[in-house]
Design a protein around this ligand. Structure first.
Ligand code: AP5
Ligand code: MG
Length: 214
């Protein structure tokens, strides 16, 4: 099964993708997590990506597409994967489509997690992220067992550099301009599924499971 998670920054794509990955035994592939791991390790890719991410802009397609195609060509992606944060532009979606078609393959579902901008701004200030394993928490809605420490891997939780309110606003603008058109793109392909992302996390998850288990 190949799944794309769509939705605004902070809609809960990462939160849900992790849960789906666990339940269905699929790898969770997040381009944002890949970039953040590279930034943390000071790689040339990380240094380049950080310039864009800190401003709330998208990393250029040429760079992003290559990273993603390399990642899904790895062995653990043979039986499927969940893409979180990719594609984010129509050209990225077209490249993915072409690569899959060449393999006689396709995406099964594009799940759009819908959350209005007002809710997003409130959520982001409370988010805490683990840069080691990609787990995401919220100080109110999904607190870790021990404050500041990742339940999954025991590493320190941080506030993401791009979660400052001004940067979140910029990311939302970029989302509406460049990423939202993908909803129409996948709707036309007949694989778009929408879920209400303002609901409680487990309710959102159950809505997604009922789509995937149909
Ligand atoms: P990326 O890491 O993908 O960030 P994003 O899309 O902005 O999304 P977020 O990770 O901020 O939000 P999310 O939807 O995963 O929400 P989460 O589950 O954490 O990308 C970062 C940057 O990298 C981009 O800006 C860009 O520069 C670059 N980049 C990445 N991919 C790229 C690409 N393909 N092309 C070009 N550039 C790319 O949830 C948010 C918070 O809300 C958490 O605290 C969570 O606990 C909480 N929460 C979740 N669900 C609920 C709920 N139902 N109720 C209450 N709280 C909830
Ligand atoms: Mg995320």
């Amino acid at each position: 099964m190949k799944i794309i998670m769509l939705g605004a920054p902070g809609a809960g794509k990462g939160t849900q993708a992790k849960k789906i990955a666990e339940k269905y035994g699929l790898p969770h592939v997040s381009t944002g997590d890949i970039f953040r791991a590279n930034i943390k390790n000071g790689t040339p890719l990380g240094i380049e990506a950080k310039k864009y991410m800190d401003e709330g802009k998208l990393v250029p397609d040429e760079l992003t597409v290559k990273i993603l195609l390399d990642r899904v060509a790895q062995d653990d992606c043979k039986n499927g994967y969940i893409l979180d944060g990719f594609p984010r532009t129509i050209p990225q979606a077209e490249v993915l489509d072409k690569a899959l078609t060449e393999l006689n393959d396709k995406i099964d579902y594009a799940i759009d997690v819908e959350v209005p901008d007002e809710n997003i701004i409130n959520r982001m200030g409370g988010r805490r992220a683990c840069l080691a394993c990609g787990a995401t928490y919220h100080v109110v809605f999904n607190a870790p067992k021990k404050e500041g420490i990742c339940d999954a891997c025991g590493k320190e939780l941080v506030l993401r550099d791009d979660d400052a309110p001004e940067t979140v606003k910029k990311r939302l603008d970029v989302y509406h301009e460049q990423t939202q058109p993908l909803i129409d793109f996948y709707n036309k392909k007949g694989i778009l599924k929408e879920v209400d992302g303002t609901k409680e996390m487990n309710d959102v998850f159950n809505a997604i499971v009922s789509i995937l288990d149909k």
